[in-house]
Design a binder for this molecule. Sequence first.
Ligand code: CTP
Ligand code: MG
Length: 225
Amino acid sequence: MNAAIIVAAGTGSRFGSDVPKQFLEVAGRPIVVHAISTFERATSIDSVIVVVSEDRVGYATDLLSKNNFTKVTAVAVGGDTRALSVRSGAGQLPEEAQIVLIHDGARPLLNIGDIDAVINAAKSKGAACLVAPVTETIKRVENGIVDATVDRSPLRRALTPQAFRRDVFEAMMESGDSGLATTDECMLAERLGFEVAAVEGDSANIKVTHPHDLLTVEAFLRSNG
Ligand code: CTP
Ligand code: MG
């Protein structure tokens, strides 16, 4: 069986709204609900763990039952960093979970094909990162002066979900590194020397970060029903 941990315990400081961005409604449902419902519909997923801040546990539990999610097996309390929130969710993983996926609750536009693709890559390689090309011209800047134009052809943006075989995931969680300032789990796997497969995903799978991202998400969800 395969389990997904959806982290939604952040405060959204860059977004700057009173209600954390992942709970704002877009196209009739909170952002995190769009994310959970894609995992709920994926036949490759058996269990979903949702991680929220302590003051949101009651709200999240109500939200999950209102949406009749049948695969959500636990609501966990997040930590001060994303890495700690993942660690908290990991404590609720079912014993039988063979592949563990980590997904940002602030990414409502993932698709089931990408979930299946990272699961398959993790099965064969141990760890898999969903990625998308970098489309802008990239400059390296030092002290306000452009130092170089970087060759973007080998560069990729890291998306989620990221997937790990259970043995690899356990090694990551047991390593003293897991509390470090890693912004994604693949970085932890890389540091521990695991090979991480790069899986080309849908570039529409943005992380809501700033208020203008809501316009993109809204337009996308409405045009895709
Ligand atoms: N996250 C979490 N626990 C934290 C920090 C982040 O569960 N302590 C989650 C967020 O809720 C989000 C995902 O990790 O779904 C990606 O993080 P990010 O986009 O950086 O969200 P925030 O940390 O909330 O935003 P910001 O960095 O702007 O404060
Ligand atoms: Mg953050």
